[in-house]
Design a protein around this ligand. Structure first.
Ligand code: DAT
Ligand code: MG
Length: 138
């Protein structure tokens, strides 16, 4: 059993895609171990994406991620991290495979509708950023 952090980004919440995307995760067999809707401040978005602080798109990315509400979730299941990445598709929706969430709903390389942790260490950090163990255990 593995856990990963998923975020429905502002473009997804704004276009009323929450139910569609959560439904997709449920139909893929994930347990939604935790879920909440929140609006990140610029500072909180910068803290969440701190690993990208030297990338040229950091300011734009964190402004975008704090531009409206998001829905954060913990997905639980076998191989959850890689499976979620496969279901999300490539970072750039234009390059994402057919049937992936980003191919279907992503607007561009920044407004790409969903976030998913990329490896176990990142997943642990990202989950702890938003959730306590008490919120996830049952
Ligand atoms: P991913 O979200 O697929 O893990 P990433 O970790 O490389 O991709 O980047 C984090 C986010 O930053 C990504 O979802 C959207 C934004 N981003 C990545 N590359 C970008 C680029 N070339 N231009 C603008 N935004 C970019
Ligand atoms: Mg990433």
């Amino acid at each position: 059993m593995e856990r990963t952090l998923s975020i429905i980004k502002p473009d997804g919440v704004q276009r009323n895609l929450v139910g569609t995307i959560v439904g997709r995760f449920e139909s893929e067999g994930f347990r939604i171990a935790g879920m909440k809707r929140l609006w990140l401040s610029k500072k909180e978005a910068e803290a969440f994406y701190a690993m990208h602080k030297d990338r040229p798109f950091f300011d734009s990315l964190t402004s975008y991620m704090s531009s409206g509400p998001v829905v954060v979730m913990v997905l639980e299941g076998p191989n959850a991290i890689q499976r979620n990445r496969d279901i999300m598709g490539d970072t750039n929706p234009a390059q994402a495979a057919e049937g992936t969430i980003r191919k279907e709903y992503g607007l561009d390389v920044e407004k790409n509708t969903v976030h998913g942790s990329d490896k176990p260490e990142t997943a642990a950090k990202e989950i702890a950023f938003f959730f306590s163990e008490l919120e996830l255990m049952r």
